[in-house]
Design a protein around this ligand. Sequence first.
Ligand SMILES: *Cc1c(COP(=O)(O)O)cnc(C)c1O
Length: 451
Amino acid sequence: MEEALRSIPQVSGIIEKLRGSYPYPVIKKAVREVVERVRADIISGKRSSAEGIYEEVEEKIKELLSPRLKKVINATGVVINTNLGRAPLHPDALEHVREVSVGYSNLEYDLLRRRRGSRNSHVEEILKELTGAESALIVNNNAGAVFLILSALAKGKEVIISRGELVEIGGSFRIPDIMSSSGARLREVGTTNRTRIEDYERAIGEDTALLMKVHKSNFYMVGFAEEVSLEELSSLGKRYGIPTYYDAGSGLLLPLKGLGEPSFGEILRKGIDVVSGSGDKLLGGPQAGIVLGRKEIVETLKKNPLFRVLRVDKMTIAALEKTLLLYMEGREKEIPVLRMLLQKEETIRNRAMRLRRMLAGIEGLKASVVKDTAKPGGGSLPWLELPTYCVSLLHERMSAQTLWERLIYSKPPVIGRVRKDRLLLDMRTVMKGELVFIKKALSEVCRAKRS
Ligand SMILES: *Cc1c(COP(=O)(O)O)cnc(C)c1O
C-alpha cells in the first residue's frame, strides 16, 4: 500500500502538465478531487496503484466543464414526469425561442403604435381565442397563479374550500400553506369524503372573498364520496355576489375525448369566474401559470405587485406562444405530451419490437416485449391507466437493479423502471430517434460488465 500511495504523482506536477490546455482553477479542482479519491481508494483496498490518474483528471475536467442539466431518455412511461422536466417542447416552439432570444425582440414594445407594450399581450389574444375567456394572463407557474389570485382577491379575508380538496400536489405545494402565506384565511367546509353545496352556503359570511375549488390532481376518491360541481359552485357565487375560482391543476386547453377532463373553456362556460392551470402539464408547453377569467378579476390581478414578481421571461412567452399557435393551427396532436398520450397502442408496440430487434446481438442480455400500463403523471388524470408496451430486460449476470443504475450513468442517461427481476423500458415515452442511444447505452453497459 505504501508503494501504491507513493506512485501517486505530485499534485503540482499533474497541474503543470495540464496547464494551458484548460482553465487553471478547473485543473486545480479536478486534480485535488481525483488525487484525493485515488488515495482513498488505495487505502480502502479498492485499487492497487495510481495508474490511469492523468486520464481520470482529464475526464473530471471535462465533467466540470459540461452542463449538469442534460438530456435524459424517459423510459418510465410517465408522460408528464416532473422529475424529468415535465412537458417536452415541440421543436417549432423551441425554434421560436431561439429566434426571439438570440437577439432582440418586441417583448415589451408595441410595433404598431410605436410605444411601450405588454409582454403578456403576445399570448393573451390567443388564449382568449382558444378558450373564450374574457381576459388572460400568465405568470411563472401555476403555484404562482394560485398565490397571486389568493393574495390579490382574498388577503385578510376568507376563502371557502372543501376539506376534500386541501391537497398536497408534491414538492411542498400544499393548499393550506399557500393559503396562509398569501394572507388569505382558510375556511374549510364539509368532510374529507363529502362536501355539499349547503356546506359552502352555510359558511358564507361578511368576510367571504372567494369560493375556491381545487383539482385533486394526484389522487381520486371512489366509494362514499361527493363533491360540489363547478356549476353548483358558480351559481352559488352568483347568488351571493362572491367570485368563484377553480385551480384546474393541469388544465386542458381544448376538450380531448378520452381524457375525461373539462377544458379551460368548458370550465369558464360553467360560470366559474377565474381558472388557473399549468403551462407544462397537459397543455404541453413551457413552465407557466395560466390564468383565465372575467375581465375585472384579471385586471385586479394585473395591478397587484405580485404580478410583477411572478412575471415570465421572453423564452417562456416565445415557447408558450408557439405552442398555443399549434393549437390554433389544429396541430395540437403534434405536441409531444398529447402525442404520447394519444398514440395508438400499435405504434408503441412497433417501437418496442424494433428496439428488441436492435438489442438482439448484445451478449448476456435477454429482451422481450411485454404489455403493461403507463401513467400520465405530473398530477394529472390520476385515474387514467394507458395500455403500453415495454421492452423487458433480463441480464445473465446483472440484476435488474444494477442494470437500471448503470443505464442512469450512460450518456445520455436512460431511465427505466424495475419490476421484480426485470428492467422495463416503456416505449410510450421514448421517442423514435432515441432508440439508437438506448442500444448504445446497453451495449456499453453489458460490455463493461464482461471485462
Ligand atoms: C400541479 C398543480 C399546481 C402547481 O402547478 P405548477 O405549474 O407546478 O406550479 C397547483 N395546483 C394543482 C391542483 C396542481 O395540480
